[in-house]
Design a protein around this ligand. Structure first.
Ligand SMILES: [Zn+2]
Length: 266
């Protein structure tokens, strides 16, 4: 069985970008770890950073359960302050060496959010150094290089995203939405406020607001198939796409089969 380490800048990034893939892999018996580099303690309009940090920690635990019992961890760096510095690079090198992932999924390093950029940069910076024994010599260096996959974005400079790998998520889409919505303070509160989501903000009941967020997420998760229809099998409506990063190890048929093969049996 394979180990997939999905590294995002914030709690909710991996959930959105590879949550369906994570559910499928977990059901197939693979090991899935979500690592959020920051604790998400900046994205709110009323809560204090301390209160928001503990709220986000709690929401990560709920999400982990809803994703099928994956491990959901954080480096606990303050939201908005992630940089690709040596300290963070060394922490990530040690983490990757200890978990020995076959595959790492992360952001591309061209992105509107500085934390996403730094996260993508940090993984790139680690990609070769995880195998260099004199860097962080207290943890044994890897004798292989994990495959690195980059999650989808819409940025075009210096190059548009390339869909090398497409995972149809139709069979798990409701579970993905339910799991993503565990980040209540993010989707029901912060993103609704920040994005002026009037259907959520003006909802008459909490149930109506939840339904509005559900429907927004459902539309969002259909976009990859609409954008790259040829990458997906015929009939797919929901999915996730990934670009193979040239700094990582060589993509294998085993990984491709695990990610894009038939749906796991219930
Ligand atoms: Zn993010």
């Amino acid at each position: 069985m394979l180990t997939f380490l999905m590294i995002g800048a914030h709690p909710d990034d991996m959930d959105l970008n590879c949550g369906g893939t994570a559910i499928r892999l977990q059901k197939l018996g693979h090991r899935v770890i979500f690592l959020s580099m920051t604790n998400g303690n900046a994205g709110h309009m009323t809560m204090t950073p301390e209160k928001l940090r503990s709220t986000r920690m709690q929401e990560m635990k709920v999400a982990a359960q809803r994703f099928g019992g994956i491990r959901y961890e954080t480096m606990d760096i303050n939201d908005g302050y992630l940089t690709a510095n040596i300290e963070n690079r060394d922490r990530l090198i040690r983490y990757i060496r200890k978990e020995k992932p076959d595959v790492i999924i992360t952001h591309r390093s061209c992105d509107y959010h500085p934390d996403h950029r730094a996260c993508g940069q940090l993984v790139m910076d680690c990609s070769y150094l995880v195998g260099v024994p004199l860097i962080c010599p207290d943890v044994p260096a890897l004798r292989y290089h994990p495959v690195i996959l980059l999650s989808e974005d819409e940025f075009t400079s210096p190059a548009p995203f390339r869909p090398d790998l497409a995972v149809a998520c139709d069979a798990v889409i409701e579970q993905k939405i339910h799991a993503v919505m565990a980040h209540h303070s993010q989707f029901m509160e912060w993103l609704a406020y920040d994005g002026h989501w009037d259907d959520v903000l003006c909802a008459r009941t909490p149930e109506e607001a939840e339904q509005a967020v559900h429907d927004r997420l459902q539309r969002t998760f259909a976009e990859a198939v609409q954008r790259f229809p040829k990458a997906f099998p015929e009939g797919a409506c929901f999915g996730e796409v990934f670009q193979v990063d040239e700094y990582g190890g060589k993509m294998t048929e085993e990984i491709r089969r695990a990610m894009c093969g038939p749906d796991p049996e219930e």
